[in-house]
Design a protein around this ligand. Structure first.
Ligand SMILES: O=C(O)Cc1cc(O)ccc1O
Ligand SMILES: [Fe+2]
Length: 446
């Protein structure tokens, strides 16, 4: 069930644009013309709608796709409850919400035969999946491709690889996603995660690793640009959706469905990745973070990191995100008479940060690729002592920050940890010490 022997993202075709009404057919004539549900769909296919928003939501936010498939999704046996592995779901009540600054090293290497789903490890989250609000932070590590198929009724999945490329076989077609890129699987869309080859000779990467934001709330969208104008930040045309590609497989296929926090499994007698044509706007996509158009201060002061928002999942309160996905991409710093790294701060929003490669400009050491930090609501944080000392004394020439790629999931509610994250061996025990050496410099008299 894992398809081609060699797994590479080369040569995959894509459709360009964010939120578009895309249309694609893997077989000419598979997509009906002029209507969604003809009496008999072309080529003997079944027509089916997948709704990602209520039917009646405003047109600008309405999301649905029409799928033309070999079998309707309804043709499946009953799901039975299975074990949840390391996956947990909001509401999170396993641990006492922690006001401390917390930082983790990367997950340990997975045991042999760990696929993406078995290697999905929930750090924590907020809200309530059944109420369709809030989010969860997960990490993953995997050294095997999935044979099974997964779908998440609880939310959309923003996948942020840190190590190893992934091939996502979805109902809508194939997406390749490498470290430095992100992929989004919309709520309810079925997919399988396979590991891309690390080398052209077909050698698979020893393991893949990364982060996942599970967004239970309103789907991620591009932020408004306000006075920035019509262009900039993540440009819509750089988002890529797959072209239709289908599996025509008869035989047992395990399908795992995450529903209100639990995993349910059923063995289908065919592959549900059997969509021959589709059209609509509830679609998976990939985005290369290096395409992000970074906008910042060209005069003085360090702007708030909202300027680096790639995608925002709005709440019911204007300007208040359920979760923002923010990237700290390569950029020039030119601020005059300015402390250039991130400032000291306390924030009503809660900040989970991860590192895709290199280093992050607020932390001299200890924040490593594959690791992560959590600065919950109002916890005091900012540059570590070494960064503060260096930046306070630095000569303010134009400076290129191009030695790392960090990101943040910034959310409106505190993140409560799972028990396994709160007690993890890879939780750093002395993170507070990075701010310990910040001495007083106050001199009341000049
Ligand atoms: O805490 C962090 O490193 C993230 C962050 C970056 C920044 O440039 C300003 C504020 C902020 O929370
Ligand atoms: Fe912060």
């Amino acid at each position: 069930m894992t398809g081609d022997a060699r797994k590479t993202a080369e040569g995959l075709a894509y459709l360009s644009g964010f939120g578009n009404e895309h249309a694609s057919e893997a077989v000419p004539g598979a997509l009906p013309e002029g209507r969604n549900a003809p009496q008999r769909a072309p080529l003997g296919l079944y027509a089916e709608q997948l709704s990602g928003s209520a039917f009646t939501e405003p047109r600008a936010h309405n999301r649905r796709s029409w799928l033309y498939r070999i079998r309707p999704s309804a043709a499946h046996p009953a799901f039975t409850h299975t074990h949840n592995g390391w996956i947990r779901t909001a509401p999170f009540a396993e641990s006492v919400p922690d006001p401390n600054r917390l930082r983790w090293n990367p997950l340990p290497e997975p045991t042999d035969g760990t696929d993406f789903l078995a290697g999905l490890w929930t750090l924590g989250g907020n809200g309530d999946a059944a109420q369709r609000s809030g989010m969860a932070v997960h990490l993953y590590h995997a050294n095997a491709s999935m044979d099974r198929v997964f779908s998440d009724a609880d939310g959309e999945l923003l996948i942020v690889p840190e190590r190893g490329g992934l091939l996502l076989r979805t109902e809508f077609g194939l997406l390749g996603v490498e470290p430095g890129e992100v992929a989004l699987i919309p709520r309810g869309v079925r997919f399988r995660v396979e590991l891309l080859d690390a080398a052209p000779d077909g050698t698979a990467a020893p393991s893949a690793r990364g982060y996942v934001c599970e967004n239970y709330g309103a789907p991620f969208r591009l932020p408004d640009l306000g006075p920035i104008g019509a262009n900039g930040l993540a440009n819509a045309r750089d988002f890529r959706a797959p072209v239709a590609a289908y599996e025509d497989v008869e035989g047992p296929v395990e399908v795992v469905n995450k529903f209100c926090g639990n995993l349910w499994t059923a063995t289908y007698d065919h592959s549900p990745l059997d969509v021959v044509a589709w059209h609509g706007n509830h679609v998976p996509y990939v985005y290369d973070l290096r395409r992000f158009n970074v906008i910042g201060s060209i005069s003085y002061d360090h702007p708030d990191p909202s300027i680096f928002t790639v995608l925002t999942a709005p709440s019911d309160t204007p300007g208040l995100a359920g979760v923002d996905f923010v990237v700290f991409a390569p950029r020039w710093l030119v601020g005059e008479d300015t402390f250039r790294p991130p400032y000291f701060h306390r924030n009503v929003m809660s900040e989970y940060m991860g590192l895709i490669e290199g280093a992050y400009d607020a932390k001299a050491e200890g924040f490593v690729p594959g690791g992560g930090s959590l600065h919950n609501m109002m916890s005091a944080h900012g540059p570590d002592q070494e960064t503060f000392d260096r930046a306070s004394a630095a000569e303010l020439r134009p400076q290129k920050i191009d030695d790392g790629l960090a990101f943040m999931f910034e959310t409106r509610w505190p993140v409560t940890l799972t028990q396994h994250a709160a007690g993890a061996d890879h939780l750093q025990r002395h993170y507070d010490d990075v701010w310990r050496g910040l001495e007083r410099h106050f001199r009341p008299a000049p």
